[in-house]
Ligand binder design. Structure first.
Ligand code: HEM
Length: 648
């Protein structure tokens, strides 16, 4: 099969060389037919020739359409392959950054990868001018042949610009816009504290704790689902889907399908049919990943009784009851996509950023030590950071900015595409071109970030220690109508995880048997995201963090600190609260600990004061109890009615 494809490619190259002659189309087709007698070859070569003819026709047309405007500069393409050989396929963002120096002072480059035209934007100002100010032209996504067959079309981040994308994005926006995302903050802090528990318990599994944190935040917000720490079935289907589909997003995999779509229809015994089997496998996991959590919410809404279900999905299911049948079908499909995308968009990016953070801390101990000094001075050592503390912790903020800049987890963002041609700064930008905002080049701009390859949070501070105006999140999260709509949630997740880690943990190099530091050269994975691979390190609790101290002591009204403590407060059922928001009934037997935050007894010890959905409640207490447990307990930071202990 590979040989056949190689032969087909060789043949296409011949066609290309003949392309100057006006009658070459007919000749090349005839040549193709005579060149191969076997049916298999013919099956490959006829469509290959047709594609080649189409490519050439489009190139000739494009030349006419340019009307004298030049394409942006770039390396000279070779026939058929274009500039494939000029780029590092593993880390193309680096090639595009280096080309800037070679092809003049222009920050805009033009390349061709096979028949795909590429426009690279190496500067933030061009990306803003093009993708934001001319967003009516630049908001499409390039076509990827593997998307639908592999079930990746459940992710609306890849959807073409149009009404369906607009509906998905609107649904998403209602849950994750800046003011709505504020409601997730207590949950995000709680998840961050659970993560610390896990880190202290089993520090060597730190990549897995980062993934669990990211998955838990997303699952809570989207489905109001609390994944198990290990072997969670819903997380499992996401992992299987990512594994199965990730390779299909590469151009190498997408190309055979784009050129030879019939590969999806070959019988299973036919050589080359493996791509069809892979696609079916991926699609199966995609369906599970989308449908199972959706049905989980539906079922809970039907049978939940007293238990309120508050999530993106339940919110929209309630909302769509008023819509007519036809629109409800369309809306349901968009809601499933929006919710799967929220999970997919969130999990990898957040956990990868935390891997970058951990790497930076292990390599730069002076940074976390300075951050700890700041946190101790501002908050003290008997409390954990809360969002209210954020403005008073500029160095922590500078660390987060530098983490995002130093190793951007999406170094080329997500590619845009043009819906029409354009003239930009006197350069011709073709219709259908893929437009890449090269975030890597922006983050490596030496004029803006001297010694850009080094991790230096101080670059975001003014001499007086306050933050300057340079915030890399202005390019890290993309541009224009496609800018990351989860950025407010992402920002709050990163802050809660990073600030909490800095307040509670020390990071250092691992030691060998002789007690010597094990230094290492970091290596990176470049799959869905760019992130460091697991590295040896020693993560340990700070000396004042004692794993047996109470996480949250409702009996003393203390603030959350650490780990290993469960509390039980039984509220007076006669006073069951009917909150004005949603259908929420809180009372005895409510097993939803995450409905409550900031639970404490008041001074009299007779009333519990707590928050639910941002509303503060006071309710008299029948019984309050606490039990200290020696092990890390993931739900330690909040109310757990399942345990009884000493009665007060
Ligand atoms: C550190 C974390 C994150 C980074 C660096 C990041 C970055 C990005 C980037 C660069 C894009 C493409 C923007 C463009 O096309 O110009 C994007 C799109 C998107 N992101 Fe994020 N993101 C992060 C976290 C999240 C989270 C937590 C969510 C969900 C809550 C999310 C949901 C999405 C969605 C739905 C899109 C597709 C938007 C569209 O095509 O219309 N992201 N993100």
């Amino acid at each position: 099969m590979n040989t056949s494809i190689r032969q087909a490619e060789r043949h296409l190259e011949i066609i290309w060389i003949l392309s100057d002659n006006s009658d070459f189309l007919m000749r090349s087709l005839a040549f193709t037919m005579s060149w191969s007698t076997s049916n298999t070859r013919l099956a490959l070569l006829v469509p290959a020739s047709v594609i080649a003819v189409d490519v050439i026709r489009r190139l000739v047309l494009a030349r006419r359409q340019r009307k004298g405007f030049p394409l942006p500069p770039g390396p000279t393409p070779v026939p058929l392959l274009g500039n494939v050989l000029s780029i590092d396929t593993e880390e193309p963002w680096k090639s595009y950054t280096e080309m800037e120096a070679t092809y003049g002072k222009c920050d805009i480059l033009y390349l061709r990868l096979l028949d795909q035209e590429l426009v690279i934007l190496n500067s933030q100002s061009d990306a803003l001018e093009m993708l934001e100010k001319r967003s009516q032209i630049y908001s499409d996504r390039p076509f990827i042949a593997t998307l639908a067959p592999y079930g990746m079309d459940c992710n609306f981040a890849f959807a073409p610009y149009g009404d369906h994308w607009r509906l998905c994005r609107r649904i998403f926006h209602q849950t994750f816009r800046a003011d709505a995302a504020l409601t997730f903050r207590p949950m995000q802090l709680r998840r961050a504290r659970q993560m610390i528990v896990n880190m202290i318990d089993d520090p060597n599994q730190y990549p897995s704790h980062f993934s669990t944190f990211s998955a838990a935040v997303a699952m809570s917000a989207v489905y109001d689902y609390e994944p198990h720490l290990r072997d969670d079935p819903m997380v499992h289907s996401v992992e299987r889907f990512l594994e199965a589909s990730c390779p299909a997003i590469t151009p190498e995999k997408a190309l055979p399908l784009k050129m030879f779509p019939f590969l999806l229809h070959l019988p299973d015994w036919f050589p080359g049919s493996s791509i069809k089997r892979e696609a079916n496998y991926s699609k199966r996991w995609s369906t599970e990943m989308v449908e199972n959590p959706y049905q989980y919410v539906q079922k809970r809404m039907e049978t939940g009784g007293e238990l309120p279900v508050i999530s993106m999905v339940s919110d929209h299911i309630t909302r769509m009851q008023d819509y007519d049948e036809a629109y409800r079908i369309e809306y349901t499909e968009a809601l499933k996509k929006a919710s799967a995308t929220a999970f997919l968009g969130s999990a990898e990016t957040s956990s990868s950023t935390l891997m970058v953070f951990a790497l930076a801390m292990v390599k730069h101990p002076q940074v976390w030590k300075r951050a700890q000094t700041e946190i101790d001075a501002v908050i003290g050592m008997d409390k954990l950071p809360e969002f209210d503390d954020r403005p008073s912790l500029p160095y922590v903020e500078a660390i987060i900015r530098e983490t995002m800049r130093w190793q951007p987890v999406l170094p080329m963002g997500v590619p845009h595409a043009t819906t029409t041609s354009d003239i930009f700064k006197g350069l011709y930008i073709p219709k259908g071109a893929t437009v890449i905002a090269n975030v890597w080049a922006m983050s490596r701009d030496e004029a803006r970030y001297p010694n850009s390859s080094q991790f230096i949070p101080e670059r975001f501070l003014k001499p007086d220690g306050t933050l300057n105006d340079d915030d890399p999140s202005q390019f890290i999260f993309g541009f224009g109508r496609r800018v990351c709509p989860g950025r407010h949630t992402a920002d709050a997740s990163l802050w809660s995880a990073i600030a909490t880690m800095l307040a509670t943990l020390d990071f250092s190099l691992a030691k060998d048997a002789g007690g010597r530091d094990i230094d290492f050269e970091p290596t990176y994975a470049n799959g869905i995201t760019h992130h460091p691979l697991t590295f040896p390190c020693a993560i340990s609790p700070r000396s004042h963090i004692n794993r047996s101290r109470p996480a949250f002591d409702p009996l003393s009204g203390g603030t959350p600190l650490a780990i290993g403590f469960r509390a039980h407060i039984e509220l007076n059922p006669a006073e069951t609260i009917k909150a004005k928001t949603d259908v929420r009934e809180l009372g005895k037997g409510d097993q939803r600990p995450h409905a409550f935050t900031q639970l404490a007894l008041d001074e009299s010890g007779q009333n519990a004061v707590f928050q639910a959905a941002g509303v503060t409640y006071t309710q008299s207490v029948v019984k309050a109890a606490a039990e200290r447990v020696p092990v890390a307990y993931p739900e330690a930071a909040y109310y757990s009615p399942s345990l009884a202990g000493t009665t007060r």
